[in-house]
Design a protein around this ligand. Structure first.
Ligand code: GLA
Length: 658
């Protein structure tokens, strides 16, 4: 069974609506819903007083309808009684403002009262529902990521730092505390980064994010232990939020959940949404693969794309295409936020499978069509590796966006997204891998702006190329060590020998100041005064202060090849370079010769070939087998309508005739 459904909030509706909900769910082919995410106040209206009657009825209704339940612990939104009784458990901003209840996520994760209340409600739910026949999966909390800078956090941070550094001398060294007289003489002097006079200490900031990731994880595993105790065998997860505000190292957290669950909301409509969907799916499945876990798209918006300022309706068919892009990558299903659009509350205009217009709506009809289609599919294995990987590292992201950098513009996530985008457009299946992971199975490894590199990661990459791997490193990589201290002797300290270059100076570019290259392409964001030290120049700067100096280099290193991009190439040039490097390394796209905007995902097992046409033109794609969407046989070619898709169970799976 594929999971199909979404967040269901019956507590926001009178009981008369529930039967209608369940009937509409059945009509839509819903197989699972997430219940109770924000229901704490209705489950425990006063400390220690529980009201489970309504949830009993809801779970009973769902069970009788054959709908599985993903049961949440509601700890992301403590009720007002809690914060009034425990003001010290309210979060404090970096500026020292203690926030008040009235929204959600208003808690301090390190406050003992909050943690105790979480354990209590988790235990109460686990004892009552741990053996419920509808229970499929525990969904702990919601999108862990809340920050706090209070005294509880200060104490927990100090303990975490003691664990990490053992002695204050080592902390002082790692934090370069001799700078600006920040030398600490007692653990109690070390504080979370709070509002301060000028630039804060970058390693303090980095360690705080590392600490927060671990502290939030401890809150998760504490609940997980309780749920496992009372409901052994029921898997436990929490939904990962993607975004630069999230102080959670998802690759590490993936090892702690039984199924990796992500929420994904593209940031712009059209092709950007398609590209971001592929990126999110590839990240999630890569975190899951490395951790040996399955994965699931836990939330997406049914009808619209949120741009930050306004919501843009998804184009007809985009809902299904995006959902299939995830399923094709091994997602165990397709879940939405949310089932029914509420009448009130902060998210009253958020998209829903049953919108305000009710079931007589395009969105609900599309949801029904998708449910019917998913009902005919089963879980697919994750895509076959094309031998191409992009390195991903949350800690490097955090360190590379701290204060006092040469430029604020080389945004890590943008660099990762750009590398993924151009390879995706060229039709490659793309894995993400950690910098210390075994890379020997990959033909090409791309390293976008990996600012912080541990010694182990530097050795790993050197060994990978020495063993015959092909590597493409882009600017602002290998600059700092694990303490976020600069590696000396010329940039990029971690990779100079491997890349056969030495960078003497950074020349960051203004946003409206592209730089011309000898190839006729252009660079942006960044440029460098670079010396060759074994590498050859593939492109040089043309004009400006760096005129004639190398911009893109290639270095044969032992059995492999290491490329270096000292500027951000435009997408066309970047795509040409990465595609050329991939082909030279022996990697090939999933299907040869696909039109621009047509995506092919081929699972590693004997699952079907997913073909998604993201363009507004019909296209024809070579394939043979049976289209599971239409049930028709496909002989040599399948026609995809504009925005359409096919799922072809191939007859002679991807074996070229001799
Ligand atoms: C997140 C949350 C949901 C909801 C959506 C809105 O994913 O988990 O509760 O707020 O965002 O897009």
């Amino acid at each position: 069974m594929l999971y199909y459904g979404g967040d269901y909030n019956p507590e926001q509706w009178p009981a008369e609506v529930w039967a209608d909900d369940v009937a509409l769910m059945r009509r839509a082919g819903v197989t699972a819903v997430t219940v109770g995410v924000f229901a704490w106040a209705r489950l425990e209206p006063a400390e220690g007083r529980y009201e489970f009657g309504w949830l009993d009825r809801v779970l009973g209704l769902l069970h009788r309808a054959g709908i599985r339940v993903v049961l949440a612990t509601p700890t992301a939104s403590p009720p007002p009684w809690f914060s009034l009784a425990h003001p010290d458990a309210l979060p404090v901003t970096a500026e020292g403002v203690r926030l008040c209840h009235g929204s959600r996520d208003t808690y301090c994760v390190s406050a003992p009262a909050y943690r105790a209340a979480c354990r209590r409600i988790a235990r109460a739910l686990a004892t009552r529902y741990g053996g419920h026949p509808a229970l499929e999966l525990w969904h702990v909390h919601n999108e862990y990521g809340t920050r706090c800078h209070c005294e509880h956090v200060a104490t927990a941070f100090q303990r975490w730092l003691e664990d990490r550094y053992d002695t204050l001398d080592r902390l002082n060294e790692a934090w370069s505390a001799a700078f600006w007289s920040q030398w600490y003489g007692d653990w109690a002097q070390v504080l979370p980064p709070r509002a301060t006079q000028y630039l804060p200490n970058p390693t303090q900031l980095l360690d705080f994010r590392r600490f927060l990731s671990d502290e939030l994880l401890a809150a998760f595993t504490e609940q997980r232990a309780i749920l496992r105790e009372f409901a052994p065998g029921v898997p436990v997860t929490t939904n990962f939020a993607l975004g630069d505000w999230v102080p959670v190292d998802h690759a590490r957290w993936a090892r702690e959940v039984d199924i990796v669950a992500i929420d994904h909301y593209p940031s712009a409509p059209g092709r950007t949404a398609d590209e971001e969907t592929a990126l999110a799916g590839d990240l999630a499945r890569s975190w899951a693969r490395a951790a040996g876990r399955p994965w699931l798209l836990m939330e997406q918006a049914p009808g619209v794309v949120y741009t930050g300022r306004r919501m843009v309706p998804k184009a007809p068919g985009q809902l299904a295409r995006h959902s299939l892009a995830h399923v094709a990558r091994g997602s165990r299903g397709v879940m939405f936020f949310q089932w029914r659009a509420p009448r009130g509350g902060a998210e009253r205009f958020h998209a829903a499978m049953v919108p305000h217009a009710g079931p007589e709506s395009r969105v609900y009809r599309e949801a029904c069509e998708l449910g019917a289609l998913l009902g005919r599919l089963s879980t697919v294995d994750e895509p076959a590796s094309a031998g191409v990987a992009i390195l991903w590292d949350a800690q490097s992201w955090w360190a590379g966006e701290g204060p006092g950098l040469p430029s604020a513009d080389p945004r890590y996530f943008d660099a990762v997204a750009a590398a993924h985008r151009v390879l995706w457009r060229a039709g490659f299946a793309i894995d993400f891998a950690g910098p210390e992971e075994d890379l020997s199975g990959y033909r090409l490894v791309v390293v976008p702006s990996l600012y912080l590199v541990t010694d182990a990661a530097a050795d790993n990459l050197r060994g990978y190329v020495a063993g015959g791997g092909h590597l493409v490193v882009s600017f602002f990589s290998g600059i700092a060590d694990a303490d976020a201290q600069v590696r000396l002797g010329g940039y990029p300290g971690a990779f100079r020998e491997l890349l056969g270059i030495r960078v003497e100076e950074f020349h960051p570019l203004a946003p409206d100041e592209p730089v011309a290259l000898s190839t006729g392409d252009s660079g942006s964001v960044w440029s460098e005064y670079l010396h060759l030290a074994g590498a050859e120049a593939v492109a040089s700067y043309a004009g400006g202060p760096l005129d004639g100096l190398p911009a893109v280099t290639r270095h044969g290193y032992r059995a492999g090849v290491a490329w270096y991009l000292s500027t951000r190439l435009d997408d066309t040039a970047h795509g040409r370079l990465l595609t050329g490097a991939a082909h030279a390394a022996g990697a090939a796209p999933v299907c040869a010769g696909l039109a621009d905007g047509v995506e092919a995902v081929r699972p590693s097992g004997d699952g079907p070939l997913f073909l998604l046409n993201h363009t507004d033109q019909p296209v024809t794609v070579p394939a043979s087998g049976v289209d599971l969407v239409t049930g028709r046989s496909v002989d040599g070619a399948v026609k995809l309508s504009a925005g359409g898709f096919a799922i072809v169970q191939e007859r002679s799976p991807h074996i070229d005739p001799p």
